[in-house]
Design a protein around this ligand. Structure first.
Ligand SMILES: [Zn+2]
Length: 396
């Protein structure tokens, strides 16, 4: 009798110990942020096509398991999607800069060489703004308002916290104990997306319903930063285009997602504050085993070939940030820097992913068809790398 009660108690005790483990073990992928988790039910979410799978967890949160669309490859070789800090064996179509050479000089030389002769697109409004206001900047070092003279337009461009910079895995300080970086609301759909050719880049600005605006938190960030817009920097060929240089490699394109500190009411309000902005930088590399659409949103670029043009992507065609960058689970660099165009405000915490996204040759050609105010092709719209001075770069 006594033995039976003892066994009964033992079973009860085990059940009590195991119960919470069983109900919680599906939650292990949700980082413990200590803050309230977003409730997806209150927000519209997007349905993904066949390449994205959803996983239902214990709290009713739907967390899509994202993989960038990569077409199936029939051969036995496969693309390495687990690329992290690059080692010497990583295959990439990028330019290698010899150690010790001055990267600024090197890339300026390349830029001049690859410059396209301007062809007028016929519209009078395509004339450069320099004629009117005198504040227009140029990416061409030979121009009066080229990168080394930007400080004449905006004094901060001559500061000691400027971006972009060279990122080096070996010299960056590794942060061992880190909070996960999270992009909350990454699957939210906006009301519309305004795509704009602003004369220097193709910019996607989302129009949000109240409460739907995504934000980034964790990692090096002390507060939430709300998403404002994203835009790109690209080259005239696949050996150049990115602004940051990773271990002496330049990529053909770089995406910038701009966020502003939630302590301020808007991007305009935050941009001048010391902790005002976060820019997430992501490199692209060419996916050369397939030449169709990998990034469906690139189809809209043809709508803004004309300088100063704007195209509104209606709700039915909108896409979440998730469709552009996927999960934010990559290793990255972080440092204190600036906007990479005038006014070069030194209020940016940079987060630059070490894992490139993929784009096909056909898609990047869509970028290279876009035109500038002078009628030339918009390309090589990247600023030369800036001196680090006494800043430290962290690796997460
Ligand atoms: Zn940018």
């Amino acid at each position: 009798m006594r033995l039976a009660r003892c066994v009964q108690q033992w079973i009860l005790l085990n059940t009590l110990i195991l119960l919470p483990w069983v109900s919680c073990n599906k939650l292990d992928t949700i980082p413990d942020s200590g803050e309230d988790l977003p409730r997806l039910g209150a927000r519209r979410s997007v349905s993904f096509r066949e390449d994205v799978h959803h996983e239902e967890d214990g709290e009713g949160l739907v967390r899509p398991l994202y993989r960038q669309r990569v077409p199936p490859i029939s051969s036995t070789t496969s693309v390495n999607r687990d690329f992290y800090f690059p080692g010497p064996t990583t295959r990439r179509r990028v330019t290698t800069v010899p150690t010790g050479s001055n990267p600024d000089f090197y890339f300026d030389y390349l830029r001049d060489e690859s410059r396209q002769p301007g062809r007028s697109s016929g519209a009078g409004r395509d004339r450069p703004r320099a004629a009117a206001g005198g504040t227009e900047f140029s990416y061409n070092e030979k121009d009066k308002n080229g990168p080394t003279n930007w400080y004449r337009i905006a004094p901060q461009c001559g500061g000691r916290y400027q971006s972009p910079i060279m990122l080096n895995t070996s010299s960056a300080m590794y942060v061992r104990n880190k909070r996960p970086l999270q992009l909350v609301g990454q699957t939210n759909l906006p009301q519309a997306i305004r795509l704009q050719n602003d004369g220097h880049s193709a910019k996607f600005t989302y129009v949000w319903n109240e409460g739907d605006r995504p934000y980034i938190r964790g990692g090096p960030l002390k507060t939430k930063y709300f998403f404002e817009q994203f835009h790109f920097h690209w080259g005239s060929n696949d050996t150049l285009g990115s602004e940051h240089v990773l271990d002496y490699h330049r990529f053909p394109m770089e995406l910038h997602l701009v966020f502003y500190n939630g302590l301020y009411s808007s991007f305009e309000d935050a941009r001048n504050e010391v902790d005002g902005l976060v820019v997430v930088g992501m490199f692209y590399e060419i996916y050369d085993r397939f030449n169709e659409q990998l990034n469906t949103w690139t189809r809209f670029l043809q709508e803004v070939i004309t300088p100063e043009s704007t195209f509104t992507i209606q709700f039915i065609d909108t896409f979440p940030l998730y469709e552009v960058i996927g999960d934010v689970e990559w290793p990255y660099f972080s440092y204190e820097g600036s906007l990479t165009t005038p006014p070069c405000l030194e209020t940016v915490t940079w987060i630059v992913s070490a894992k490139p996204l993929l784009i096909t040759a056909k898609e990047i050609r869509e970028f290279r068809r876009i035109r500038t105010r002078s009628g030339g092709l918009m390309m090589n719209n990247f600023r030369p790398v800036q001196k680090l001075y006494n800043r430290r770069v962290f690796r997460y």
